[in-house]
Design a protein around this ligand. Sequence first.
Ligand code: AMP
Length: 189
Amino acid sequence: MSATRLLLLGPPGAGKGTQAARLMDALGVPQISTGDMFRAAVADGTEVGQLAKGYMDRGELVPDEVVIRVAAERLRKDDAAKGFILDGFPRTTAQAEALDSLLSELGRPLEICVALVCSDDELVRRLLKRAGIEGRADDNEDIIRNRMRVYHAETAPLLDYYRTRGLLAEVDGLGGIEEIAGRIAEVLA
Ligand code: AMP
C-alpha cells in the first residue's frame, strides 16, 4: 500500500467509518471523521457542538463554513503530516474545493478518493440495524431517508469531481467487512 492521503467517500451506512478505522491501523495515519468530531463536540457541549446539533438531529448538513473550519484545524495538526484518512469530509463541492486549496497550501495533495458503492435499500437496512446497536439519534427511518436525499443532492456530485481529477477509485461496498477491506487494499496498492 502506498497512498497515505486518502478520502473515503460514500453514502451514510456504506461502511466508511469501519473501513477508515481499519485503514488507520494498517497505514498508521489518523482517521479524520467530521461526524465523530461533531458528535464529540455535542457531547462536550462546545460552541461548535451546539451549532451542529440541530443539523445533525435533522439529518442535514452542518454549514460549510463550520465544517471547513473544523476540518482544516484538524488537518493542520502535526499527526496529519504523515497522511490521513478522511471519512465523511468533504460532503459538498464547496468543501472539496476548500480541501483542495488547504492541501495544496500544505503541499500535501490528496492521492486517492475511494468511493464505496452501495444500493439505497441496503444502506437503509444497515442504518436501521446500526440504530439498534449504537442508538445514534440520527439513525431513525425518516432521518435516514433525509440523509440519503442529502447525500444524493450534495455529496454524490463529488464522484464526478474526483473522477475528473483522476483520483476516483470505485469499490463495491456490498459484502463482508474483510471482503471490502480487501477490495480497498487492491485499489490502494
Ligand atoms: P457522519 O457520522 O459522517 O454520518 O456524520 C453525522 C452528521 O454530522 C451528518 O449527518 C451531518 O449532520 C454532520 N456532518 C458530518 N460531516 C459533515 C460534513 N462534511 N458536512 C456537513 N455536515 C457533516
